[in-house]
Write a protein that binds this ligand. Structure first.
Ligand SMILES: [Mn+2]
Length: 317
């Protein structure tokens, strides 16, 4: 693809339900250094300001916890991602929790408002909740709802206060107003832990999920081909990689919400490298490494680093 990469480091964990994901990017740097690797030397590294101090304060919006901080993160992220894209750079985001990924997507649309954007979301979770449907209020379950323009009111379980609604509407319009991705341009891979509200939305919008079973049956090459084929009409593609897409037994429990029976690291490598063969891929994000929860010392970050190293080779060449 021959693109110059800019790493964007976003040490935020305000949208997760467990603590420690803000240490994820540094755990990945540590994994590299432990191997005496000079991999990260020479790349431009940009940082997004954090609002993790909100975790020390009382929650103001129980159906959209710390949304006031997330708004600031979306603003900074849309600005940084769009600026790098317009400089013809390839933004590679290393983030804490997954909650800010909607800001990355908004940043791509800010740079290229008229281009049709496809999203490949590799994750154990659907991340399609809204303040109206969330059982926990944790916003790492909502990033995709901030970009597809559907609040899933049919599955409403919460009476959301007006002040929260105002901030939610603001969040959805940062960087680019309204829906940024059409449901048919959103593809899930390895999603296997969904709540009933998300299942209903996925069925109503007919969102494709390549399950772990399907990936195992059809093989990576076919799955990559089918995914890119579905995004045929898209001009740009963004890939969001949550490490919990992988099987915790083959990696570790070093992530906020591990789910059994995921894909293997070798499969993740093949999927990521296969997708990034497409010149349409303009941005990749890695999220949810949590070294505080890792029973195998820094294993999850080590796995993530190996994947990043391999993927960067594909993107650069
Ligand atoms: Mn996840």
């Amino acid at each position: 693809m021959k693109k110059e990469i800019t790493f964007i480091v976003n040490r935020s964990e305000i949208t997760a339900g467990t603590r420690g994901a803000s240490l994820g990017p540094d755990a990945i740097f540590t994994a590299a250094r432990a191997k005496n690797s000079t991999f990260f030397n020479g790349f431009e590294m940009l940082e997004i300001p954090t609002y993790n101090n909100l975790l020390d304060q009382t929650v103001k919006h129980s159906f959209a916890k710390r949304i006031e901080g997330l708004i600031n993160i979306y603003s900074a992220l849309t600005e940084t991602v769009s600026t790098e894209l317009l400089k013809d750079k390839f933004p590679f985001i290393l983030a804490g929790d997954h909650g800010s990924a909607g800001g990355t997507i908004a940043g791509i649309k800010k740079a290229f408002p008229d281009k049709r954007l496809g999203v490949i979301w590799i994750d154990a979770h659907g991340d399609l909740h809204t303040p109206y449907t969330t059982p926990s209020g944790n916003m790492h379950g909502m990033p995709l709802s901030t970009v597809i323009g559907d609040d899933n009111l049919a599955c409403k379980i919460n009476d959301v206060p007006t002040e929260t609604v105002t901030l939610w509407e603001k969040l959805k319009n940062i960087g680019f107003e309204g829906a940024k991705v059409q449901p048919e341009d959103l593809i899930f891979m390895a999603v296997r832990d969904l709540e009933s509200q998300e299942v209903a939305l996925i069925e109503r919008l007919n969102i494709k999920n390549f399950t772990v079973e399907e990936i195992n049956q059809k093989g990576i090459e076919t799955v990559v081909e089918k995914a890119l084929e579905q995004l045929n009409l898209c001009e740009l593609i963004y890939i969001s990689f949550d490490v919990d897409s992988m099987d915790p037994k083959a990696t570790s429990y070093g992530t906020g919400t591990p789910v059994e029976n995921g894909i293997l690291p070798a499969q993740a490598e093949q999927i990521l490298n296969g997708l990034c063969q497409s010149p349409k891929v303009v941005c990749v994000e890695f999220v949810e490494v949590n070294p505080c929860l890792d029973e195998k010392k820094n294993k999850m970050a080590e796995v993530a680093f190996d994947l990043i190293e391999s993927l960067v080779e594909t993107i650069k060449n």
